[in-house]
Design a protein around this ligand. Structure first.
Ligand code: ME8
Length: 635
């Protein structure tokens, strides 16, 4: 029997339209599911909408609509968006569905009967944005740090869930299963939160204040707190506790969420499950936020990017690729149109697209529009084949670790290896030499065959474009996992005329190109002395290199994502590829000139300069101790 896998997204609030953050989590989950299916697993994918609570009731009132009519209208926007983004959930759940309400009531009753829910007088600070009471210690200058609003002070009788009783159990779970909350920094954040005593959780709202919710089964004067209702969607969608889906998928439940809802998922949810006598989820996988000008993008803050508008620019699959590739999983990432187009042009138009079109076109021209025969292999082909064999395993490993950005980085590297191979073998020259025909066939076969493997690896992220690419390679369908090994392309397969898969996009002209630097002064000559005011104009900062990859089509350039403590990563290109591999640089603390005018190198945005010391090996890293935080000034 094949291995099972269950992946959920948060169910999104329907108080306003879906935005790029919602699209991100859902696209990442969809890609994970497609990868798992490629690996032969039986994978199930759930998403949906969260439709109760004060925030929704207020939005409905603003829209002058009944809550039910309002949520019926809004949920459609999410449901209809997903297919447009090539997202194919197995199920879409709404918390206003009768089956969900019944399960919430059953579980509440069960926990109440177990004596874990009690009535108490309560006062506290309620943030409607979070739909949560916040402790004094969680407020920043009296405001909710996530929504930057002053919470309402409330005093009322409410039902409480005895969450404090589960603190020791939860801490032990986190210690026993280090990967349970992933990546580790979020596990550590939860452990730090649990260093303080865990409070009991208020799980009701009096109907005198809010009627838009699920009635408590043991007191009709109250409705259920929206988070207690919403979290249960993950189990109610599978017909817990006896449904066949629940039996099959609950033990392999993976929740993918943004870091904004870590506490509810990592603390409230496992305690609720434990109290209801259910096993906790298998894993909580947490990603960072897309930020815009240093602030989180969110509906409440009103600085959101519309996914449909970006889809018009990059195409759906181009947008999916950019989102998955450019967010280092777990970290925040900056969203700008320019970065998105730069990534698209670099990885898709220049690297992969160019590889596909030139290998197909050259084969069509020279081998009667079909895949040539592969002759004897030289070291160059053997090495490329080995890189691809390892590459497929490496990509699988990254996906299983939820390092999706690394998987795509590796695939882009594999594509650039094939482009490098073509550059070296120069089939366009071989084509001019009649005695090199067999060799020409071998080179083009190798390039086409490698491209076929890339198509299979990229299909979970770009399903539609890769279907087209596989047609361009004359394949009947997308390659399966067992076919992702070199040498399986059938010689003689007809190659249809390729359509450009990823036409290049013009980058909007927001920044001027930097002026060409003056020639270096002659060796041995003294540089012109600067006065201190002139020197002070140069801003030097400590940067942490979070990610690094070769620039497609260049032997010299490396493209780093550098954390300067600005709430986003800077894109910086350095000409040090002959000396360092990306792995040498990732994780290093370096000095960055941070106020250089941004420029483009080989089409890649560079927003600063990493300083290296010249040496007999070319360059050395100027390392900064780990105790120095990214963004520190160097003087
Ligand atoms: O919190 N960057 O719903 P929500 C990346 N209904 N992802 C983002 C993002 C951003 N800037 N902004 C939002 C809720 N997201 C609850 C969830 S689950 C039982 C209940 C994504 O509409 C990310 O996944 O506010 C985040 O966790 C989620 O949307 C919050 O969606």
């Amino acid at each position: 029997m094949s291995q099972t896998f269950y992946c959920t997204t948060p169910i999104y609030y329907v108080n306003s339209n879906p935005h790029i953050g919602h699209a991100y989590t859902t696209i990442v989950s969809d890609a994970i599911i497609r990868f798992r299916r490629l690996f032969g697993e039986d994978a199930y994918f759930l998403t949906g909408t969260d439709e109760h609570g004060q925030k929704i009731a207020e939005s409905a009132a603003k829209a002058k609509m009944e809550p039910q009519a309002f949520v019926d209208m809004m949920t459609q926007k999410f449901r209809e968006l997903w297919p447009e983004l090539h997202i194919e959930p197995d199920q879409f759940i709404r918390t206003t569905e009768e089956r969900h309400k019944q399960i919430v009531q059953q579980i509440l009753q069960q926990i109440y009967d177990n004596g874990e829910i009690f009535l108490k007088e309560y006062e506290g600070h309620y943030c409607v944005g979070c739909e949560e009471f916040l402790n004094e210690s969680e407020l920043v200058e009296g405001q909710c740090p996530t929504h930057q609003t002053v919470p309402e002070f409330r005093q009322e009788r409410n039902y409480f869930f005895r969450m404090s009783a589960y603190q020791d159990w939860l801490v032990q779970m986190l210690k026993d299963q280090p990967d349970w909350i992933y990546p580790g920094r979020y596990r550590n954040e939860v452990l730090r939160f649990l260093e303080n005593p865990l409070q009991d959780l208020c799980i009701s709202r009096p109907k005198s204040r809010l009627t838009w919710g699920i009635e408590l089964p043991f007191d009709s004067d109250f409705v259920t707190y929206v988070w207690f209702d919403a979290l249960l969607n993950y189990a109610s969608a599978l017909d817990c506790p006896d449904g066949e889906l629940f039996q099959r998928y609950w033990p392999v439940c993976h929740h993918i969420i943004g870091k904004d809802i870590l506490k509810t998922h990592a603390v409230y949810w496992p305690c609720m499950l434990k109290a209801a006598g259910m096993t906790p989820f298998a894993r909580l996988v947490v990603h960072g936020h897309w930020v815009s000008s240093g602030s989180k993008m969110s509906k409440t803050l009103g600085n959101v990017v519309d996914p449909l508008a970006m889809k018009e620019k990059l195409g759906v699959d181009g947008l999916r690729y950019f989102l998955v590739r450019d967010m280092s999983f777990g970290e925040d990432a900056n969203f700008t149109e320019e970065l998105a187009i730069t990534r698209y042009n670099g990885d898709l138009a220049n690297n992969f697209g160019n590889l596909l079109s030139r290998s197909v076109n050259l084969s069509r021209q020279n081998f009667s529009e079909s895949v040539p025969e592969c002759g004897p292999l030289t070291d160059a082909e053997t090495e490329l084949r080995a890189q691809f064999q390892n590459g497929v395993e490496q990509v699988q490993e990254f996906i299983r670790q939820f390092y999706l950005h690394k998987a795509l980085e590796h695939i882009a590297w594999m594509a650039s290896q094939v482009n490098g191979y073509l550059q070296q073998q120069a089939p366009w020259q071989l084509a001019k030499q009649p005695d090199q025909r067999e060799r020409l066939g071998t080179v083009l076969y190798t390039a086409l065959d490698a491209t076929r493997i890339l198509v299979g690896l990229l299909a979970p992220v770009m399903p539609e474009k890769m279907k087209l690419a596989s047609t361009t390679l004359g394949l009947e369908g997308l390659p399966q996992l067992t076919e992702l090994q070199p040498g399986l392309l059938q010689s003689g397969t007809a190659l249809p005329k390729p359509e450009p898969l990823f036409p290049k996009i013009q980058v909007p002209k927001v920044q001027q190109e930097a002026p060409t630097p003056k020639e270096d002064s002659a060796p041995g000559s003294a540089a012109t002395p600067l006065n201190i005011d002139e020197f002070n104009k140069v801003e030097l900062k400590v940067g942490l290199i979070r990610d690094c990859a070769p620039v497609a089509g260049s032997d010299k350039l490396l493209h780093s994502q550098v954390d300067l403590g600005e709430g986003r990563l800077r894109s910086i290109v350095s000409g040090v590829a002959p000396r360092f591999s990306p792995a040498d640089l990732i994780g290093q603390r370096v000095i960055v000139v941070s106020n250089l005018r941004p420029t483009k190198l080989r089409g890649v945005l560079s927003e600063g300069m990493i300083l290296f010391a010249e040496s007999e090996k070319g360059f050395e890293l100027v390392k900064i101790p780990e105790s120095v935080v990214p963004g520190s000034t160097v003087r």
